[in-house]
Design a protein around this ligand. Structure first.
Ligand code: DGL
Length: 265
């Protein structure tokens, strides 16, 4: 059995592309629809009810696209909205935190750090999900204010960026964590900056594990397509699609990034 319906994937902006790139490199012969909710960016400072409402509208949008599954390439909405909405749709929904937690719980370490948006960190989602598999691991979640804006606005080399990166990273390093999860899909873009303070191997990007797990599950559920060639992904942005088109080109290595339309959610 196969299924040629699209796979939806969303985030507030550029962050989810770190997941999308992994998925596309493992399996390009699927119809992917990427939705960047630039209208509501940033998610990380919003309340749980607001995030549930935003997420349900995006899932409704994907329902109109007749998707076979939706990838929540966003830690914040995985933490705030997935549990509430997961049974409301007849397609599979893959949340990033819940999908990768088991893998991280198996790390042979005692102290794990998580850099995340304020909404993710304050929800305690990583601690809770990892404790389901390994209650003995100590998990420290650090709310990183404004890191998403560094990535979205390419402010990597500013003094302000340096200051806020140091503030939150040092707070975790002081706790003597052995590994650090990049618990927001925007943060892998900061890896070069982060690794000037600690070894690169210390930082864990959930995206490759997440993509692998999604494809394993789609295979087990017999939901993969039978397309024999690569498909061109479709991109949508909820505000300023031209801006997203320009900035996403910088992160996605496609010869062609097209079809970014404004759509109402
Ligand atoms: N990239 C998202 C995440 O993983 C959301 C970031 C934001 O918009 O605050 O949490």
């Amino acid at each position: 059995m196969t299924d040629n319906s699209p796979i939806g994937i969303f985030d507030s902006g550029l962050g989810g592309l770190t997941v999308f790139r992994e998925l596309y490199s493992l399996r390009a012969n699927e119809n992917y629809i990427y939705f960047a909710d630039t209208l509501n960016l940033p998610y990380g400072t919003k309340s749980k009810p607001a995030l549930i409402q935003i997420t349900s509208k995006i899932l409704d949008f994907f329902e109109t696209k007749k998707v076979k599954s939706v990838v929540i390439a966003c830690n914040t909405t995985s933490a705030a909205a997935y549990e509430t909405l997961k049974d409301n749709y007849n397609f599979k929904i893959y949340p990033i935190i819940q999908t990768v937690a088991k893998e991280f719980s198996l790390l042979p370490i005692k102290k794990l750090g998580v850099l995340a948006t304020p909404a993710t960190a304050n929800s305690g989602a990583y601690l809770r999900e990892i404790a389901r598999y390994n209650p003995n691991m100590e998990v420290f979640e650090e709310p990183c204010f404004d890191w998403v804006q560094i990535v979205e606005n390419s402010l990597y080399d500013t003094d302000e960026a340096k200051k806020i990166i140091e503030e939150h990273l040092f707070s975790l390093l002081d706790k003597k964590v052995e590994k650090i999860i990049l618990g927001c899909t925007h943060y892998p873009y900061l890896l070069d900056k982060l690794s000037s303070y600690a070894p690169k191997e210390m930082f864990l990007n959930p995206a490759p594990i997440f993509a692998k797990k999604i494809l394993e599950d789609l295979t087990a559920e017999r939901l993969l397509s039978d397309f024999e060639t690569e498909k061109t992904p479709e991109f949508y942005a909820s505000s300023n699609p031209e801006n997203f088109k320009t900035s996403s080109k910088f992160f996605c290595e496609f010869k062609e990034v097209k079809g970014i339309n404004s759509t109402l959610v």
